[in-house]
Design a protein around this ligand. Structure first.
Ligand code: GLA
Length: 411
């Protein structure tokens, strides 16, 4: 039952909590800009259940959108309005004070590197939407945007993609661009690659755009064919616990790009366009040891995604635990993107009774996820925290996430 998601069918309505949040954001927007916004949109962060570093190899991923989201109130400047071309951004996330963090630039003629800090995410979307990267586009007028986010920054839960996705869904609606979800995913990926400068794949945006409440998103990253695979955690007495190690990661740093380059080298040496196309009986012995291990991770990880989907379709949620554990071992040993804190989070959670656990996202820091008995989530979080403190690490931030609905207009 795979479907091409051209339209995002109306999902469950956002909760009252989100509507109240949108209301507050619209009020704050009016205080800041002196008039009401045209609307408010939300875009969630994500965790990846399984399928890591497979997206840029045209492979399979199984992330889900979480119940934490970026929210933007936006008003497009009217024709003839003073400063018609000016984009004014403000964010409630100001690390060192209660004020707003602001950015301002002209919508036309943006160049990579020209907007520092978080403003680069909305700016990247404008840059790509306007076709400034060489693709077809129509001029984007100036606008005012106020951002508020409950996705923790730097935790590897795609807080930056949530900002990009919230911006693109808002502008797509307000400018009547008529882009479908896969097109918006590809567009925000270009914003990230070409403007922000991070050579990341398509998974995070897709999860934020196409996630469905109560389900994981089984995505073929070559075609962007997507299927919502039910993830009935509560019915099985389970929960997904996130352990944010607090170790900073950045996909603009060298490790991520180096892994990507190894995969490209491996594919070239094996004579295929991408690792997706490596036959099951391929001889990895023709590769140097390092490249062979990188390639082996991608091949085995793709298989683990397919097996996880099969288990979930069969209603065996607990059965995915050993696949999560195997995925982590593969990232630790073959892909070499874990770190002591991520390994400790996985080991401590598993020893305390998690059904399975693994690092999630790009690696080199960020968060781990653990599939845990729901009634044991607090206890397991406490045990993991104690293990961190005993090992001389800073206490992690541990919290339960629920598979939530993808990006949508809230008001
Ligand atoms: C980051 C990137 C994704 C993906 C993951 C690893 O989250 O943004 O595109 O490559 O790392 O699976």
């Amino acid at each position: 039952m795979r479907e091409q998601r051209d339209q995002h069918p109306a999902g469950p309505r956002t909760g009252q909590h989100e509507e109240a949040r949108a209301e507050r954001l619209a009020r704050r927007f009016a205080e800041e800009f002196g008039h009401a916004p045209d609307g408010v949109w939300r875009a969630p962060g994500r965790v990846n259940l399984i399928g890591e570093h497979t997206d840029y190899n045209d492979g399979f991923v199984l992330p889900f959108a979480i119940d934490r989201a970026a929210m933007v109130a936006v008003r497009v400047r009217r024709a003839g309005e003073a400063g018609h071309d000016v984009v004014d951004l403000a964010s409630t996330y100001a690390p060192h004070g209660a004020g707003l963090s602001r950015a301002r630039f002209a919508a036309g003629g943006l160049a990579p590197g020209s907007v520092p800090g978080w403003g680069a995410y909305p700016a990247g979307v404008v840059h790509v939407l306007a076709g400034a990267d060489g693709a077809d586009g129509a001029a984007v007028p100036g606008f005012e945007l106020l951002l508020d986010s409950t996705v923790p920054v730097g935790a590897g839960l795609s807080s930056s993609h949530a900002v990009e996705v919230a911006t693109v869904v808002a502008l797509n609606d307000l400018l009547g661009r008529g882009l479908d979800r896969p097109a918006m995913a590809r567009l925000t990926q270009r914003a990230e690659n070409e403007f922000v400068g991070a050579p990341t794949g398509i998974m995070d945006q897709s999860a934020s755009l196409m996630g469905r409440a109560g389900a994981a998103l089984f995505l073929d990253c070559r075609t962007l064919e997507a299927e919502a695979v039910p993830l009935p955690l509560a019915e099985h007495g389970l929960a997904v616990l996130v352990v944010d190690t607090g170790v900073a990661h950045s996909h603009a740093d060298g490790g991520y790009a180096a892994r990507r380059a190894s995969c490209e080298r491996g594919a070239a040496a094996l004579g295929v366009a991408s690792l997706r196309d490596v036959p099951a009986d391929a001889d990895l012995g023709v590769l140097d040891d390092g490249t062979a291990r990188r390639v082996r991770h991608v091949l085995t990880e793709n298989r683990r995604v397919l097996e996880t989907v099969e288990r979930l379709r069969a209603g065996d949620v607990r059965g995915i635990g050993r696949l999560l554990a195997a995925s982590h071992a593969s990232m630790r040993d073959d892909y070499e993107i874990s770190c002591p804190e991520l390994d400790l989070a996985v080991e401590a959670a598993t020893a305390a009774g998690a059904v399975g656990a693994r690092m999630t996202g790009g690696g080199f820091g960020g968060s781990a996820i653990a599939l845990v008995p729901a009634e044991g989530a607090d206890r397991i979080a406490g045990t993991v925290t104690e293990a961190f403190l005993r090992s001389g690490h800073r206490a992690p931030d541990a919290f339960v996430v629920v598979p939530g609905e993808g990006a949508q207009r809230v008001r």
